[in-house]
Design a protein around this ligand. Structure first.
Ligand SMILES: *Cc1c(COP(=O)(O)O)cnc(C)c1O
Length: 399
């Protein structure tokens, strides 16, 4: 068994691009909050494939929906209509501000779609010189050329210059910085309502309303990237719903189809009208199997229970993490988040904590080297959170 795991690590490292720093663990199975490696070791998953498996691993309704759809029809072109695409689009528009959905396959593609739509809409409003998009420092929007340029973190840009022009980065949660950054060339503001990769940064209560107000005043489009925080993660179906603010465009991916690849760009009717036949397309976008899985995910989320659990467990987890902070003030600087996206900023490097947790059977992650990030499935139970807290307490006590 041990040789099997080593074998796959070796084959992978020899044959696959070395773009990821991987742990030497081959995962073979998942159910609910748990995953297992090729040696049979069990892990509690507080990462959920980076906020993807919000309903837990291999949720029975998602598995069933995908299996049933696979037997019927796996793929057709977007020259035709399909049932699952219609159903998921209907669910998404019914439960959000949006009137129209464009389906693609990933977060980056969803953001590409959003930015293309923003430029085209502005052009059609008669503003040929308005193409700039304001984004935030420490944002993350993807790895394609446009989304890379939109991402306000230099470390991702290195080696890929010159970047696509037309972006301007400002500090998140700073309304006067936005006021100063708007020029006659600005066409849109794009931001994550809560920054994920940038360290789980939550805005002040009124910030997003302030952004909305400035966008309205200058007739700019407001784009929310909810790729990480959408689909129930923050304790509401979409993060913007906490702040009483609606965007013009919103992007989704990660948890949208319960682990199958899917992305979506949603917009209100007026803005969506700028995309006409031929404006934009995706071969796999709206794939029937992914859409069927997405319908199962949406139904599970809106039918109740899961998002409520996310809220109560989020509050409980946060409370216990804050108690740890009180106990280890020299190690833990801050605990922040909403629902079940929680960051714990340490005073030093957190990567060794992630490794120790993994050795002891809990998967967590770390962003910007110092911020432990917890993204458990929204179905997590109190006893699993207790296990995680105990483990962290032991690790911090030995630091
Ligand atoms: C993960 C992420 C993306 C990129 O999604 P991919 O599916 O990896 O292209 C974009 N925006 C945010 C906020 C993300 O967390």
């Amino acid at each position: 068994m041990i040789s099997t795991m080593k074998n796959y690590v070796t084959i992978t490292d020899r044959n696959i691009f070395q773009t990821y720093t991987r742990y030497p663990v081959v995962l073979v199975k998942g159910k609910g909050v748990k995953v297992w490696d090729a040696e049979g070791k069990e892990y509690l998953d507080f990462l959920s494939g980076i906020a993807v498996c919000n309903l837990g691993h291999c949720h029975p309704a998602v598995v069933r929906a995908a299996q049933e759809q696979m037997k019927k029809l796996i793929h057709v072109s977007n020259f035709f209509y399909t049932e699952p695409q219609a159903e998921l689009a209907g669910l998404l528009t019914r439960h959000s501000f949006a009137d129209r959905v464009f389906f693609c396959n990933s977060g980056a593609e969803a953001n590409e779609s959003a930015m293309k739509l923003a430029r085209k809409y502005s052009l059609e409003q008669g503003n040929a010189n308005r193409f700039e998009i304001i984004t935030m420092q420490y944002s993350f929007h993807g790895r394609t050329f446009a989304t890379l340029a939109a991402t306000g973190q230099n470390k991702f840009h290195k080696g890929y210059e010159p970047l696509l022009p037309g972006f301007r980065y400002i500090p998140f949660n700073d309304i006067s910085a936005l006021r100063k950054a708007i020029t006659p060339r600005t066409c849109a503001v794009m931001l994550e309502p809560i920054q994920g990769e940038g360290g789980v940064n939550c805005p002040d209560r009124t910030y997003l309303a302030g952004v909305r107000e400035l966008c309205d005043k200058h007739r700019l489009l407001l784009i929310f990237d909810e790729v990480q925080v959408g689909m129930g993660r923050t304790g509401k179906l979409f993060a913007y719903q906490h702040y009483g603010v609606q965007p013009d465009i919103m992007t989704l991916a990660k948890a949208l189809a319960g682990g199958l690849p899917a992305g979506a760009m949603l917009a209100n009717k007026q803005v969506a009208a700028s995309f006409t036949p031929g404006s934009h397309a995706s071969t796999f976008g709206g794939n029937p199997v992914a859409m069927a899985a997405g319908v199962a995910v949406m139904n599970a989320l809106v039918q109740g229970g899961v998002i409520e659990n996310c809220r109560t467990m989020g509050t409980y987890f946060m409370q216990r993490l804050r108690a740890l902070q009180k106990k280890f003030p020299a190690v833990i600087k801050e605990v922040r988040g909403k629902g079940l996206i929680i960051g714990m900023e340490l005073t030093g490097d957190g990567r060794d904590v992630v490794k120790k947790c993994l050795e002891q059977g809990i998967i967590i992650s770390c962003t910007l080297d110092r911020i432990l990030r917890f993204l458990p499935p929204l179905i997590i139970k109190q006893k699993d959170i207790d296990t995680c807290i105990e483990m962290l307490e032991n690790i911090f006590a030995k630091r």
